[in-house]
Design a protein around this ligand. Structure first.
Ligand code: HEC
Ligand code: HEC
Length: 343
């Protein structure tokens, strides 16, 4: 029996070793970037869930600077508080296509100006050819989440599959024409408020369970103003990204030099200021949670489109710590403010 046990241990050794080695040279799934919310607690017998104000509250709401008044339960991503901030929207962006539940209005998640939210993606200011290539990859099942519970990425795949060529072109041109402007404020810190995932976005816990905890090897992105982001779906109120002390500087070295072959200097393809170059998308000043999921998905192989091949050697050797450092720097990179608007 003891001999058998020893044999089992010996047989498992190479596997254990390779797992340990793999873990040492690649990243662990960055749970902070996916922010999967736990399922709601089961109801006790006879208990009813309290009504959700987002569905039942008809109080008229307005945002500072907007002339509109909208009942709370009618507010969602398609709400256009500031029509003066963006060009005229094609129908697929503002309303979606009636008759096909998968042809959902893009603004529902990406907002009317394409700023997006940490739990989905920013889509404004992307090169048209890059935007179309991504839709092609979703449609071909070459772009999925490494975290199968990431429900909105699964939805994005269905949405891409439902679009007509004209709709894809119209959405790509509309969002591509809107400049990417400042949206993410990066703050270095040792500690961060304890957070809960509100359907994929971190918000500070209030009341019972509130407090601070060490940030560790994580980036925690949360709204500048929880009410503006969560209740109003404001297109003018951005996010704060808390990053570990010293991470921006460490990331800068990797991004600029490639860290002695650990990765490849990002500017070679994303442009010297990381604002994009030709068909390669800009990454400066964008959501580190989103960018982090993408780098991890590429390393894990679930994002694996035609153009992703160029990113393979970039991500192959990155550890969890490298990811955090690189993203802290990339997201802190300046973006030119909009010439006319306040944001
Ligand atoms: C249900 C929410 C939702 C809706 C509605 C939605 N998307 Fe998305 N979209 C996402 C998510 C989530 C991602 C990030 C996917 C990932 O994890 O890789 C995404 C990513 C994208 C990307 C890739 C961005 C990049 O930087 O690579 C494009 C392009 C895109 N969406 C286009 C659209 C278009 C066009 C529409 C409207 C027809 C649309 N989306 C509607 C959730 C949505
Ligand atoms: C050899 C060229 C090249 C280099 C070097 C490179 N990239 Fe990329 N990157 C690309 C291309 C091409 C894409 C589009 C990939 C796709 O379509 O899946 C991309 C996509 C990305 C994305 C996803 C963007 C989005 O909107 O979804 C991120 C994040 C990214 N790169 C980060 C980096 C970082 C960080 C570095 C440096 C450490 C880097 N890249 C270096 C070519 C490059």
């Amino acid at each position: 029996m003891r001999r058998f046990a020893a044999l089992v241990v010996l047989a498992a050794l190479p596997l254990a070793l390779s797992v340990a080695l793999h873990a040492a040279t690649t990243a662990q799934i960055p749970d902070w970037a996916y922010a999967i919310a736990p399922p709601p607690p089961p109801l006790a017998p006879g208990e009813v869930r309290p009504p959700n104000p987002a569905q039942t509250d008809t109080t008229l709401k307005t945002l500072p600077g907007s002339t509109k008044q909208i009942p709370r339960n009618r507010i969602n991503g398609t709400t256009d508080w500031f029509p003066e901030d963006h060009p005229a929207m094609p129908n697929i962006v503002s309303n979606g296509r009636t008759g096909d539940p998968n042809a959902t209005a893009c603004s529902t998640c990406h907002l009317v100006n394409g700023k997006g939210r940490p739990e989905n993606a920013s889509v404004s200011g992307l090169p048209v050819s890059y935007f179309l290539q991504q839709l092609k990859d979703f449609r071909a099942d070459q772009r999925k989440s490494a975290e199968s519970r990431k429900a909105n990425t699964n939805r994005m795949v269905l949405i891409a599959k439902s679009l007509t060529p004209d709709e894809m072109q119209a959405a790509a041109e509309y969002f591509g024409a809107i400049k990417w402007t400042p949206w993410v404020r990066v703050v270095e810190t040792n500690t961060v408020a304890k957070m809960k995932s509100n359907g994929g976005i971190w918000v500070p816990i209030e009341g019972e369970g509130a407090g601070k905890e060490p940030i560790g090897v994580r980036i925690i992105e949360t709204p500048e103003n929880v009410e503006f982001t969560e209740v109003y779906r404001s297109t003018r109120s951005g996010v704060i990204a808390y990053v570990p002390m010293g991470s921006i500087k460490k990331g800068e070295a990797l991004v600029k030099t490639g860290g002695n072959g650990k990765t490849i200097a990002c500017g070679e393809c994303h442009g010297p200021d990381l604002l994009g170059m030709g068909p390669v998308p800009g990454i400066a000043g964008r959501s580190p949670s989103y960018l982090g999921r993408e780098l991890y998905d590429m390393q894990a192989g679930t994002r694996n489109g035609e153009w992703t091949q160029l990113m393979k050697p970039v991500v192959a050797k990155l550890t969890s710590e490298d990811l955090v450092n690189i993203l802290a720097y990339v997201s802190s990179r300046p973006v030119a403010p909009a010439a006319n608007a306040t944001k």
